[in-house]
Ligand binder design. Structure first.
Ligand code: 5RP
Length: 265
């Protein structure tokens, strides 16, 4: 691996081999979604606890102080909306010149297995990898499976994670699944991070799955809504950070969450 690629990956994946990526890119297809109406306000109290921030170039340019010290993972796929025909029909929407100009430490794009647009999104991933590898920029595949496979079973998650790594992704984002999650991680030759998905009923559910996923080999999370849509985003991200970087159990994380919430930590 070349120096530039190694250097960028080492800014993202910390010395302990773990990572907490904070995605605030959801507006790219959802518009001003709840909790991200003003991304700069959402980010301000929680960014210090993240290892990297994932967003689009538009939010980066307009809402983020260029003096930010956290590395940026730039989402570069999109051009679809929640009211459009099919969310899987994405294009790559940011050039390599722009990626370098905005000093992104990595880029991310979605891939949709099991959809009408499977070939398009996977080909887009391969092309993006070709462009980015020339400049030492890692590509993170944000994996998803189509509607009929929506159950988030390990065999489908493992399939799309592995295919993304085979096409050259340096990091893969997947969803967690309760059964056989280790198969997703073991079958993927590059580091795996977990998304949170829609906000859960309780914080403990998030702490449980983050902990379990890490035990099964994930290196961390790329987790948004279950941080910034919660009642106390600072308590939430601090507890998740403690699981990832300080080996807290879910119960210890919950205790920390409650202490932070009560202003005692
Ligand atoms: C949505 C994304 C997110 O970055 C990813 O799904 C993680 O976010 P969340 O934890 O909210 O699911 O790709 O566009």
């Amino acid at each position: 691996m070349e120096w530039g690629m190694k250097n960028r990956l080492s800014r993202l994946i910390q010395k302990d081999g773990k990572a907490l990526f904070l995605p605030v890119d959801h507006g790219y297809f959802q518009g001003p979604t709840h909790g991200l109406e003003k991304p700069e306000e959402t980010i301000k109290p929680i960014i210090q606890y993240a290892d990297a921030l994932m967003l689009t170039r538009g939010v980066l340019r307009n809402c983020i102080d260029p003096a930010i010290e956290k590395p940026i993972i730039m989402r570069v796929s999109g051009a679809v909306t929640v009211v459009g025909e099919d969310l899987a029909n994405e294009s790559v929407v940011t050039s390599i010149q722009e990626i370098l100009r905005l000093n992104a430490m990595a880029v991310s794009m979605s891939v949709f297995a099991g959809t009408k647009y499977e070939n398009k999104s996977l080909s887009n991933l391969a092309k993006l990898v070709d462009e980015c590898e020339d400049y030492g920029v890692p590509v993170m595949a944000v994996t998803a499976v189509g509607k009929e496979l929506e159950k988030r079973e390990a065999r489908y998650l493992a399939l799309v994670a592995r295919v993304s790594a085979e096409l050259g992704a340096r990091v893969v984002k997947t969803y967690y699944c309760k059964e056989n999650f280790e198969k997703v991680v073991d079958g993927c030759p590059v580091p795996v991070v977990m998304a949170g998905g829609p906000k859960t009923e309780s914080q403990k559910e998030v702490f449980d799955f983050v902990y379990d996923g890490l035990q099964k080999g994930a290196i961390g999370v790329n987790l948004g809504r279950n941080i910034w849509q919660t009642e106390n985003p600072v308590a939430s991200i601090r507890a998740i950070r403690a699981i990832i970087h300080e080996n807290y159990t879910p119960q210890e994380a919950l205790d920390l969450f409650n202490q932070v919430k009560a202003g005692k930590a």
